[in-house]
Design a protein around this ligand. Structure first.
Ligand code: NZQ
Ligand code: ZN
Length: 385
């Protein structure tokens, strides 16, 4: 196995009723900015729980963070945070709200053009206000990682940055908070967390047995519980298992010592920025197409995945790999997430535009071997039509 170090310092408070523990987590005397999205937290009781837990604290609110959060909106929150001498950012929402909060926290301390934070993939971040999270949607893993994905509307750039300065100090994971999610977001969360595992698992073997079996455990859990979350929306035990899987899928543990692919995510970001598809929709389209294109290189891990996760009993390796791709596609479709560009009204005319954006962002050596060049991406997009 490759040599590695693993470090994560987000405190996790997991379980029903944990929002009340917010009081002990926020530093005493902090002036808090509560950041949230389009208003779901004001309808499902989460806002009341948060503000009750913050009784005695000085707090302000900033709502209106969009799905795929906009740089332009975050900048308004940065002005507010500076004007009001905010010293703690509390994200209450899903990945978009958490990512926006991370950016706001870093930009509030950044001198110069805040876009530098993103343009340098986080290298320009020298400090940030502390961030805490109350998670309401299990999907991205942002609650326990140093990543933030921000969209600049004016230029249609959706890009990520990483910085340990924005890794949340704590995250509260109350699975009941996710019971109010609409089915589309439940399905998105299942697909996104599953693809996070798969991007770190379906690469090539490096004899990382712990990581492999951990990945297989998460995948089996997500596949078992995902459909139940749609069928039994109030089943908190199901939500709890999905929530924990999503957090574990992208907190750095699975990535430790193994190669990562991430081509689905990087091509998918362009699809969201250009055409407005949900993050998980882009992954459901790209993953099966990339696997089909790279079947020979990924065959060993696809076979392992097919046998251990889908219990495929065929014996011919290529057939097992093909069936593993088909099962995955079928699972996404069964969750209600379509896996073809055409299902979202997109056709081959998009290909040149997507390639141009990938080149502009210098994402021209994708995949675990860095061998997916723009001409390969064009062929992959054709497979995804
Ligand atoms: O805005 P509100 O009103 O809160 O509604 C949201 C939003 O419309 C709603 N929602 C969230 N919790 C709810 C709820 N509705 C009812 N009840 C609840 N409990 O769900 C909608 C989608 O929310 P969003 O936060 O956008 O979803 P998600 O958590 O899937 O986040 C997606 C964003 O995260 C990025 C994606 O690119 C995308 O921008 N990612 C972040 C990553 C990271 N930081 O590590 C990694 C991921 O790969 C991903 O790229
Ligand atoms: Zn993702």
């Amino acid at each position: 196995m490759n040599s590695f170090s693993f470090f994560n310092n987000t405190r996790i408070l997991f379980g029903e009723g944990q929002i009340a523990a917010l009081r002990e987590q926020v530093p005493a005397g902090a002036r808090v900015l509560i950041v949230y999205g389009g208003g779901s937290i004001k309808k499902n009781g989460i806002f009341e729980q948060v503000t009750a837990a913050l009784e005695g604290f000085d707090w302000l609110e900033f709502g209106g963070i969009e799905a795929n959060p906009h740089f332009e909106t975050c900048i308004e929150a940065v002005s507010l945070a500076r004007r009001e001498n905010i010293d703690f950012v509390l994200a209450v929402g899903g990945g978009s709200v958490i990512d926006a909060s991370k950016f706001i926290a870093a930009a509030a301390m950044h001198e110069g053009d805040p876009w530098e934070i993103i343009a340098t993939f986080g290298a320009a971040v020298k400090g940030a206000l502390p961030v805490g999270c109350v998670l309401t949607l299990a999907a991205t893993g942002s609650e326990m990682n140093p990543t933030s994905v921000i969209t600049r509307r004016s230029t249609q750039d959706k890009l990520f940055f990483n910085s340990d300065h924005v890794r949340p100090l704590f995250s509260i994971l109350d699975p009941r908070s996710t019971c109010s999610l609409p089915p589309r977001q439940v399905a998105n969360g299942v697909v996104d967390s599953m693809v996070h595992v798969l991007e770190q698992y379906v690469t090539y073997p490096v004899n990382a047995k712990v990581q492999d079996r951990f990945a297989e455990g998460l995948l089996s859990t997500i596949i078992e519980e995902g459909p139940k979350a749609l069928a039994e929306p109030d089943n908190v035990a199901v939500r709890a298992n999905l929530m924990w899987s999503a957090t574990m899928a992208l907190n750095g543990l699975l990535a430790t010592g193994v190669p990562g692919d991430w081509a689905s995510h990087l091509i998918g970001q362009e699809l969201t920025a250009l055409y407005g598809l949900d993050h998980a929709q882009t992954l459901a389209i790209m993953l099966p197409a990339i696997w089909t294109y790279k079947l020979a290189q990924k065959q060993d891990k696809l076979v392992q995945y097919g046998q251990r996760v889908w219990h495929i009993e065929e014996t011919e390796p290529q057939l097992i790999a093909e069936l593993a791709i088909e099962r995955t596609r079928h699972f996404f479709e069964s969750m209600g997430v379509a896996t073809r560009l055409s299902a979202y009204g997109l056709d081959e005319t998009i290909i040149a535009q997507v390639i141009a954006k990938l080149e502009e962002h210098q994402f021209v050596q994708l995949g675990e071997h860095g061998d997916i060049a723009p001409q390969d991406t064009a062929k992959i997009l054709r497979l995804a039509l």
